[in-house]
Write a protein that binds this ligand. Structure first.
Ligand code: F6P
Length: 327
């Protein structure tokens, strides 16, 4: 029999569509197992300051379809310190919270990993980030919605690019990871994709364009914001110099990629993982993220989940695909 009677839940780091569906699943699964649920506002910031709310089945009604997070989120500097984590632990003890579910990405799990080890406090994580850059799950909550947002936006850009015979450089999110760029780039039929994991460089891009078909009306280059070249505007400057005949425009998609209604894939993933996280805690799991790999639930230790996914292997295969498909 588990000693857990009260589960705290929080969202932390960059918000991601589907976080609300995950919160709903955690709350409803906890109630199903006769547990109390405590919502913690603004991630680790609220954990430290004791910004806690009681949650019941109604507090998560009508949120499965909403983007953002009803619990709000933050990136907490104080939780990076031992003193901050000590305060957080005291707040949990004072409110009789005996376990935590944290929904976020690598920053969230780095903090959770320290916390669970220092205080021997049960914590399970849910992968909530648009970047899809965690080990231990095929997809993170929010990624599917984000890449669909990207392709919907770039399809519109394609209309104007085609009408004006233009080359567009489109910057997508992913400071440390090119996985949004890779998948959405293939989805929009991009001419080239530039990501931090592959060193194409502007020279490589120039060669690609020189060797590419000249009679194409429109060209789309997708650049991940973390690319070593330094973003879409820099790439645009170089290309304008090298190809004065091209009519070049730059478009940075920015935070629209983090908002909006979650896709059905994200809602279902979040719902399944939310229930699995509660059941995992009750079965004694801790210090791990629950993910879905090949349709199986997998618990991965935090320090392994945050090993930044190496997209190098994926990228070489996929970037070849881009080359073949853009002929
Ligand atoms: O981790 C999610 C993410 O959207 C990254 O893709 C991006 O680099 C970063 O967060 C942006 O963070 P912020 O909203 O704090 O500028």
């Amino acid at each position: 029999m588990s000693k857990i009677k009260n589960i705290g839940v929080l969202t932390s780091g960059g918000d991601a569509p589907g976080m609300n569906a995950a919160i709903r699943a955690v709350v409803r699964a906890s109630i199903y197992y006769d547990l109390q649920v405590t919502g913690i506002l603004r991630g680790y910031e609220g954990l430290i300051s004791g910004d806690f709310i009681e949650m019941d089945r109604k507090s998560v009604a009508n949120i499965i379809q909403r983007g953002g997070t009803i619990l709000k989120t933050a990136r907490s500097d104080e939780f990076r310190t031992k003193e901050g984590r000590q305060k957080a632990y005291e707040q949990l003890k004072a409110r009789n919270v005996d376990a935590l579910i944290v929904i976020g990405g690598d920053g969230t799990f780095t903090g959770a990993n320290l916390f669970t080890q220092e205080f021997d406090f049960p914590v399970v994580g849910l992968p909530g980030t648009i970047d899809n850059d965690l080990e231990g799950t095929d997809f993170t909550i929010g990624y599917d919605t984000a890449i669909n947002t990207v392709i919907n936006a770039v399809d519109k850009i394609r209309d104007t690019a085609e009408s004006h015979d233009r080359l567009f450089i489109v910057e997508v999110m992913g400071r440390d990871s090119g996985l949004i760029a890779l998948r959405s780039g293939i989805g929009v039929g991009a001419e080239a994709i530039m990501i931090p994991e592959a060193n194409m460089g502007v020279d490589g891009l120039v060669t690609r364009l020189e060797n590419g078909r000249k009679d194409k009306a429109s060209k789309i280059i997708i650049v991940a914001e973390g690319d070593e070249v330094g973003g879409a505007f820099n790439v645009g400057e170089v290309l304008k110099e090298k190809f004065p005949a091209y009519d070049i425009r730059v478009s940075v998609l920015g935070h629209i990629q983090r908002g909006g209604k979650p896709s059905c894939m994200d809602r279902v993933l979040a719902s399944r993982l939310g229930v699995a996280a509660v059941e995992g805690l009750l079965n004694g799991q801790s210090g791990e993220m629950v993910g879905l790999k090949n349709q199986e639930f997998v618990f991965t230790p935090f320090d392994h989940a945050i090993k930044h996914i190496d997209a190098k292997e994926i990228s070489s295969v996929w970037l070849r695909l881009v080359e073949i498909l853009s002929l």
